[in-house]
Design a protein around this ligand. Structure first.
Ligand code: GSH
Length: 203
């Protein structure tokens, strides 16, 4: 292996896409390995934590966990704060994003439609508003999470908001998050960044 390799499902979504965007913003030429659903069961036991994304760097063992991947890329390429406390504050927000994902993700596998509706409605009433209020309280008043410069935390917030604003999650209305202006602002700021647009323009 001569260049970094990022392995994730063949979809522009979630934890894998935020790591691809970080590598892209960092200007790193990487192997973008896209795994088909049917290939995953054989690959799963070979990954550090039985999950993706996985980042491989020349001469290093594979690295799992999206937040660890993002902060490593961020630290090495000016996309994560140098100040230790501010870095920890960004990392706390990234954990907060993971907390909400881990509440919503299990509902993806509920086969019974009535049961899924009940579980998601409970998330909309009891989880998302508090989650979003707490997230908003951490976000500053400039364009991104902290200030006018993009960091890996912004990519994390963007990908979660893109999912929730996309309107494809039955029983989770987009208004559950669209009423939180700071979260929408960060989502839009990342979407409108010229380098992010260039990533999607290349198809
Ligand atoms: N905490 C891990 C969670 C990783 C995770 O659950 N990834 C999902 C895709 S977004 C996955 O690998 N799912 C397949 C599986 O768990 O078998 C992270 O942040 O990377």
């Amino acid at each position: 292996m001569t260049k970094p390799k990022l392995t994730y499902f063949d979809a522009p979504t979630s934890r894998g896409e935020e790591c691809r965007l970080a590598l892209h913003l960092a200007g790193i030429d990487f192997d973008d390995v896209r795994v088909k659903r049917e290939e995953w069961p054989a690959l799963k036991p070979t990954t550090p934590f039985g999950s993706m994304p996985v980042l491989e760097l020349p001469g290093r063992p594979p690295l799992g966990q999206s937040n660890a991947i993002l902060t490593l890329i961020g630290r090495q390429h000016g996309l994560h704060p140098r100040d230790d406390f501010e870095a920890a504050r960004h990392e706390a927000m990234m954990c907060h994003v993971e907390d909400l994902r881990s509440v919503i993700a299990p509902t993806m596998w509920i086969a019974d439609e009535a049961e899924k509706k009940k579980a998601r409605e409970a998330i909309v009433t009891s989880k998302i508003p508090l989650w979003a209020e707490r997230a908003s309280a951490q976000i500053g008043n400039e364009l991104f999470f902290s200030g006018s410069k993009i960091h890996v935390v912004d990519l994390k917030i963007h990908m979660l908001m893109k999912w929730l604003l996309g309107g494809k999650l039955d029983h989770i209305p987009t208004t559950s998050v669209s009423v939180f202006p700071k979260l929408v602002r960060v989502h839009d700021a990342v979407r409108d960044d010229a380098r992010i647009r260039a990533w999607y323009a290349k198809g």
